[in-house]
Design a protein around this ligand. Structure first.
Ligand code: NAD
Length: 263
């Protein structure tokens, strides 16, 4: 028996990375899943690879029309929604002095307003079903600051606030809302981050990262499945009393700032 047997889930940004791993774990545990993303080819391919219980829906999380169309498609194919994972996000890397206002607005739109529209969209379904679980993807950048990613950081702190406000409103309806905060993203997210820095170095800038002393857990690096397993727990009935909180998946990154390494 799967932990999500009979459940219907929407996972945004699930064409790749953490979202893709989450969709896969959900299917293994018996859920029917809608992969909602703007990457059509990858999303379709991933949905097909995962089998009959999965569909792909082109859905830009900032678009109310896309959410309405997506929800209609899910209703037709699977029925009412029990689980929403607000995972889609974007990131730019540059110092504050180079802030591009339209890009900053887009980051806030995708990372913060998108989950708000998504949450509103599934509320009626969850109420009708007598409950549900909404899992938002934060970051360690929702807990502490990070230089050169100010709009991203602000969006994730904002999402943490939204998670708590939504939890207060929805708890009585048994709709649980939580935030998962990983450190380090998918290969593509990190590659995007690194390429933006590489372009600057190639253009002659001297950039020295500060504060990267190494991981508390040594060389162990985060895997999408590390995050997907925590999302799965929060989405499932095993997390019945977990509500309005943040769950760090950061290998001890935010545990403190001094430790003694034993070789
Ligand atoms: N340290 C960190 O900052 C950190 C670490 C891990 C994960 N995360 C968070 O986990 C989540 C997943 O990260 P990832 O590493 O898998 O990233 P990723 O870039 O590999 O995947 C993000 C997905 O979101 C999709 N997407 C982007 N804009 C969209 C839009 N407007 N509408 C719908 N889909 C859209 C992309 O196409 C992509 O498939 C994100 O919310 C990310 O911020 C953060």
């Amino acid at each position: 028996m799967g932990r999500l047997d009979g459940k219907v889930a929407i996972v945004t940004g699930a064409a790749r990375g953490t979202g893709a791993a989450t969709a896969e774990r959900f299917v293994e545990e018996g859920a029917q899943v809608c992969i909602a993303d703007v990457l059509d080819e990858r999303g379709e391919a991933h949905a097909q690879a995962l089998g009959e219980g999965v569909c792909f829906q082109h859905l830009d999380v900032t678009s109310e029309q896309d959410w309405a169309a997506g929800l209609e498609a899910v209703h037709e194919r699977f029925g009412l929604v029990d689980i929403l994972v607000n995972n889609a996000a974007i990131l730019d890397v540059h110092p504050l002095a180079e802030l591009d206002v339209s890009r900053a607005r887009r980051i806030l739109d995708v990372n913060l307003i998108g989950p708000m529209i998504g949450t509103r969209s599934v509320l009626a379904d969850m109420e009708e079903k007598g409950g549900g679980s909404i899992v938002n993807l934060g970051s360690i950048d929702a807990m502490e600051g990070m230089g050169w990613v100010a709009p991203y950081c602000a969006s994730k702190f904002g999402l943490r606030g939204f998670t708590k406000a939504a939890a207060l409103e929805l708890g009585q309806k048994d709709i649980r809302v939580n935030l998962v905060c990983p450190s380090g993203g998918s290969r593509e997210l990190i590659q995007g981050f690194v390429s933006q820095l590489q372009e600057r170095v190639a253009a002659g800038e001297k950039i020295e990262p500060q504060g990267l002393e190494g991981g508390v857990m040594g060389d162990r690096r985060i895997q999408p499945s590390d995050i997907a397993n925590v999302i799965l727990f929060l989405a499932s009935d095993e997390a019945a009393f977990c509500h309005g909180s943040e769950y760090l998946v950061d290998g001890g990154h935010t545990a403190g700032h001094i430790w003694f390494k034993i070789d």
